[in-house]
Design a protein around this ligand. Structure first.
Ligand code: NAD
Length: 499
């Protein structure tokens, strides 16, 4: 396989940010310009307007008109399936371009963008195509049914997403919205604006009619807020922080009681018991891979490492040794496994957490330092804190950067108490030699998904059904048949029957 010169590709790429409304690119409005700097070099990459309410109104009215005349909603399910399959294929065909855009916007290694982000997006599109059959078989009438349930699209869906996986988060909203026959207005994060308009253009190429899939760029406070309050939007499907999720609930209550699906923050535990029988080197590697994925900017990152006293003595040194070997490097190089943090503000915020951990008396075992300063990028070595008080800021708040906190326990009861000592509930990982313990804990840990690990061989696979966040990580299913149902409204059809 020939190696790609990603730097040359980056130089050859025209980086422009435009809205996509009614099937056409249009400039983003706004009298203030947003500046995007490259995470890996600090160079100015592109600028665009902060957007205004009128941009959103135009996009919603385009989506509304497309819904009203039935140009997409009235297509048969099999036609919609064919179009979304084609969109999945087009994403695959354009995977190198998408990988480059994600790498430049987020600072993530280009190899990860190519193999992980693009694959996640294709999976969202293709699994919606499969899952819609499950929804229709549940809902559609059998010929002699006097009573049956219809599942109707809602109308205009507003999708608001964060910056950590821009393409894949967008696809996770676009796929369920479109396969169920809705129209859509997508608002990407203002920090990562490159891939959304390309996705919308490919959707047209795949056969989605103009006006069905619109994109509006700009600031959350202006563009996102208008979308969240718009009277013609029937659902806001959101992935982002808990603080913004709460604002969206208020905006719904203050406007038209639109539905909200909220996929928000996390502070997931990785529990490790003395009876774990697999290899410790490998386990240390998995703890770090789960905690530091995407430079720690992954909602299901395991950031609280809860280790039983016996195994801690052997496992912690291995974790430290492996973490210290991770070298943040140029994300445009194919051999890089750990890239740059998204922007200076986030970089400073994560460094602030390192300082706060130290101020609160935790022991920094490794990392937390800046490297490659000469590059102008935001490079931070991945950190592990030991002796962390459960009340410390680093133990309680989502850092969204490469910072792990270690807690020790003696009994299973203490482990469970530590695991659930959070307002978040996205994921949990349990490494134990006892399948019974894994199952027992899965019933009582507050998390949308619990991975019970007896050994790390094989692959847990994609969840067969959707997942639903717990506690302040949000609510509403994402993925699976239930995830599609959330983009529809049920109508029960009743008929008089002769008696
Ligand atoms: P964020 O909440 O700051 O922004 C997310 C989106 O909301 C952006 O498009 C932003 O412009 C918009 N927004 C901001 N203020 C708004 C407002 N007042 N009204 C409407 N829209 C507004 O989140 P972020 O920093 O971009 O993303 C990181 C967060 O996302 C983390 O908390 C992470 O855990 C979470 N996340 C969750 C999942 C999940 O599946 N649960 C997946 C990925 C990321």
């Amino acid at each position: 396989m020939t190696e790609i010169d990603w730097h040359a590709r980056a130089r050859g790429e025209t980086l422009s940010v435009q809205n996509y409304i009614g099937g056409k690119r249009v400039d983003v409005s706004g009298n203030v310009e947003l500046l995007k700097h490259a995470p890996h070099s600090g160079e100015l990459l592109y600028t665009f307007g902060q957007g205004d309410a009128a941009d959103v109104d135009r996009a919603v009215s385009s989506a509304n008109a497309a819904f009203a005349d039935g140009r997409w909603r009235d297509r048969s399910i099999s036609e919609r399936q064919a179009v979304l399959m084609r969109l999945g294929d087009l994403v695959e065909e354009h995977r190198e371009r998408f990988a480059l855009l994600e790498c430049l916007d987020v600072g993530k290694p280009v190899a990860h963008a190519l193999h992980d982000d693009v694959a996640r997006a294709m999976h969202s599109l293709r699994s919606a195509v499969e899952d819609i059959d499950g929804l229709t078989s549940m809902a559609s009438p059998k010929s002699d049914d006097a009573t049956y349930q219809l599942r109707k699209p809602l109308g205009v869906v507003g999708a608001i997403v964060g910056w950590n996986y821009p393409l894949s988060l967008a696809a996770s909203k676009v796929a369920p919205a479109l396969i169920t026959g809705n129209s859509l207005v997508l608002k990407p994060s203002e920090f990562t604006s490159l891939s959304a308009t390309l996705l919308a253009e490919l959707a047209i190429e795949a056969g989605v009619p103009e006006g069905v899939f619109n994109v509006v760029h700009g600031s959350g406070a202006i563009v996102g807020d208008r979308l969240a309050r718009h009277p013609d939007v029937r659902l806001i499907s959101f992935t982002g922080s808990t603080a913004t999720g709460k604002r969206l609930m208020k905006a719904s209550a203050d406007s038209n009681m639109k539905r909200v699906i909220l996929e928000c923050g996390g502070k997931s535990p990785y529990l490790i018991f003395d009876d774990y029988e697999g290899g410790l080197e490998e386990l240390a590697g998995d703890v770090l891979a789960t905690g530091y994925a995407n430079q720690g900017a992954l909602c299901v990152s395991s950031t609280r490492i809860i280790i039983q006293d016996g195994i801690a003595k052997k496992l912690l040194p291995l974790m430290v040794q492996q973490a210290a070997a991770i070298k943040p490097d140029d994300p445009l190089s194919e051999t890089t496994s750990f890239g740059a943090l998204i922007n200076k503000d986030h970089f400073d915020k994560v460094r602030g957490y390192i300082k706060s951990g130290l101020d609160d008396g935790a022991t920094l075992l490794c990392g937390g330092g800046t490297v490659r300063e000469e590059s102008g990028g935001n490079f931070l070595t991945p950190a592990i804190f030991d002796d962390v008080s459960p009340d410390a800021k680093i133990a309680r708040e989502e850092i969204f950067g490469p910072v792990l906190s270690v807690f020790k326990f003696g009994s299973e009861e203490q482990a469970l108490q530590l695991a659930n000592d959070t307002e978040y509930g996205l994921a949990a990982y349990v490494a134990t030699g006892s399948a019974e313990r894994g199952a027992r804990l899965a019933h009582v840990i507050d998390a949308a998904q619990v991975l019970s690990i007896q050994s790390l061989s094989g692959n847990p696979g994609a969840p067969p059904n959707g997942v639903e966040p717990h506690k302040q990580s949000g609510f509403g299913f994402e993925g699976g048949v239930e995830g599609l149902a959330a983009y529809t409204a049920a109508t029960l059809i009743l008929k008089f029957q002769e008696t």
